[in-house]
Design a protein around this ligand. Structure first.
Ligand code: IMP
Ligand code: MG
Length: 185
């Protein structure tokens, strides 16, 4: 696993650490082991990363899945640069191959209101995959507006706006190696 870079001077960043890089790495390894066990007898596994927030999580998680997988990416926009969900969801970039008959594993950074994942799972289900499951690194249950079943969950977090390990605030700080929250949020 990557060592947090010395360049981050945390005293000067407006974030408080919520989940350390070490805690994330340990949990990601556990999730990978669970997925590996559950999909042992499956073929045609397609892991779909939801851009852009899941990219770092997916890169780490994929290396803890001890099975052949295909990787795809899907672009979804629901927020713009605002930190409040509009509830309006749009596919901005689609997967490159059909999903029919595939065992699809959707990888999300965070389930917040649930609108994004709800829309995405309904959309992907119309493509007749053999199965479809959801992995989310984070879940903010206090914000739920849609009921979403998360098959593999990293951490439940309080109602704070978080950044790092793929998550952004106005497209910044995705490369923060830990998950922090904006102080005062
Ligand atoms: P939802 O549709 O409200 O569940 O929001 C899902 C998307 O909003 C996530 O995939 C994130 O990209 C973004 N998002 C929600 N909460 C946060 C946060 O605390 N920090 C950064 N991005 C967030
Ligand atoms: Mg996202």
């Amino acid at each position: 696993m990557a060592t947090p870079p010395k360049a981050w001077n945390r005293d000067k960043e407006p974030f408080a650490e919520l989940i350390s890089a070490e805690a994330i790495a340990a949990r990601v390894a556990e999730l990978g082991a669970k997925i590996t066990a559950d999909y042992q007898d499956k073929e045609d596994i397609v892991v779909i990363g939801v851009l852009k927030g899941s990219v770092i999580f997916l890169a780490d998680l994929a290396r803890h899945i001890g099975l052949p997988i295909r990787m795809e990416f899907i672009g979804i926009s629901s927020y713009g640069d605002a930190t409040v969900s509009s509830g309006v969801v749009q596919i901005t970039q689609d997967v490159s191959r059909p999903l029919e008959g595939k065992h699809v594993i959707v990888v999300e950074d965070i389930v917040d209101t649930g609108h994004t994942v709800h829309y995405l799972l309904e959309n992907l289900a119309t493509r007749r995959p053999a199965s479809i499951k959801l992995v989310a690194l984070l879940h903010k249950p206090e914000r739920a507006e849609r009921e979403v079943h998360i098959d593999f969950l990293g951490f439940t977090i309080p109602n704070k706006f978080v950044v790092g390990y793929g998550l952004d605030v106005a497209q910044q700080y995705r490369n923060l190696p830990f998950i922090g929250f904006v102080q005062g949020s």
